[in-house]
Design a binder for this molecule. Structure first.
Ligand SMILES: [Zn+2]
Length: 380
């Protein structure tokens, strides 16, 4: 009996941790990979980080699904790919109407929470998805786009990315006139401007142009890991001044400054296998490689405490009103030890409590802040 009681207590303890607060994750890539895997996300999956069964177990109340393809698809293809990914979200919702519902504003999100249904939101990742067309932007907004990440790793003709601003010889950096028109249009339509992935010049141009609070949907702190995808303290302060929120990314490479070098060695060692996997899985080949060499990949994962440090640092710089969670689940090959899927959010809550975080601050970080920014953008 004793043997049984303990795990039961742990399980109940875990669930109550999550259920006390609204839990929102602002970045999950599963819809992009699902086009390839054809996984039925309504059912428990053996691989990947997300499905409706595990989302419920982890206490997840709202998920922003990223709509993305890489730049190789290019003009003439990216917008239709975006629509296919939204189609598959619609199909998931149609098959599971009691479990998940598409929401367009904060009021609808709260309603879904009351109904114990997962609130699904759409975030389009990368300005290339609109193929430089304002009518495509409008069309995606109509289908439910609630944020647009202005660039992915690739720049658009109207906004420069973090990768290109730090590694390419650019004639100009930041937003063009058309880029500013896009920010204005997003503000008007109630679509949040997302500055994850953009370069610093674009970041400051956005803050000078936007009339609404903006977000970084999945970024970590640069001062803990000087990666071009992470945000410098000065940027974090500017974001807080705008009323915006930075949602912390779980990807090991953004969390841990020593991860990149370890991963490069790992990829080199398995180069031939990676090459073969590339032909089948494209951008998801590194994820597959990690699955096939799990023990080895597990050794490279940073401890959970390192992720907690990013959250804590951002809270110290910006205050708990400006920090959130944007896991990047199903979009990366590695996360800190213990974070295997959407089941594991309560572990982060537990760590923050250990650090002495008050329930009010935890409530803001896990959902309240997103709700505030969403309402400020949609007006509801
Ligand atoms: Zn991303």
């Amino acid at each position: 009996m004793k043997k049984l009681l303990f795990p039961l207590f742990v399980l109940i303890g875990f669930q109550s941790l999550a259920q006390q607060h609204l839990l929102v994750d602002t970045h999950n890539d599963v819809l992009s990979s699902q086009l390839l895997t054809k996984a039925d996300l309504g059912k428990l999956q053996r691989s990947g980080n997300f499905d409706l069964v595990r989302a419920a177990k982890g206490g997840l109340n709202a998920q922003v699904f990223s709509i993305w393809c890489d730049e190789s698809l290019g003009k003439g293809k990216a917008f239709s790919r975006a629509n296919r990914e939204i189609d598959s979200l619609d199909a998931l919702i149609r098959r599971n109407p009691k479990k998940i519902v598409l929401v367009n504003n904060a009021a609808e999100l709260k309603q879904a929470y009351k109904q114990h249904r997962l609130a699904a939101l759409i975030g389009v990742e990368g300005g290339h998805m609109i193929e430089n067309r304002m009518d495509y932007l409008d069309s995606l907004a109509k289908r439910g786009m609630r944020y647009l990440t202005l660039t992915w790793n690739n720049s658009t003709p109207w906004a420069t990315s973090a990768r290109d601003e730090t590694s390419a010889k650019l004639k100009r950096k930041g937003l063009t006139g058309f880029g500013k028109q896009i920010v204005h249009r997003l503000n008007t339509l109630g679509v949040i401007v997302d500055i994850s992935h953009v370069g610093e010049a674009t970041f400051y141009d956005v803050l000078a142009s936007t009339t609404k609070p903006v977000i970084a949907s999945h970024s970590c702190a640069y001062s803990l890991n000087p990666h071009r995808r992470n945000l410098k303290d000065k940027q974090l302060k500017a974001l807080a001044k705008n009323g915006g929120v930075a949602f912390v990314n779980f990807y090991s490479g953004f969390v841990d400054p020593s991860y990149d070098a370890k991963e490069q060695l790992f990829l080199k060692k398995h180069a031939r296998e990676l090459n073969a996997l590339n032909k089948i899985y494209g951008p998801y080949a590194p994820m597959k490689l990690n699955e096939l060499h799990k023990a080895e990949a597990d050794k490279m994962r940073p401890p959970l405490s390192m992720l907690i440090k990013h959250i804590d640092h951002m809270v110290k710089v910006m205050g708990p009103e400006h920090v959130g969670i944007g896991s990047d689940f199903d979009g990366s090959e590695s996360y800190p030890t213990g974070l295997d899927s959407v089941v594991d959010y309560p572990k982060i809550v537990a760590e923050l409590r250990k650090l002495g975080y008050k329930e009010e601050a935890i409530g803001l970080i896990f959902g309240g802040n997103f709700l505030r920014v969403l309402a400020a953008n949609t007006g509801k």
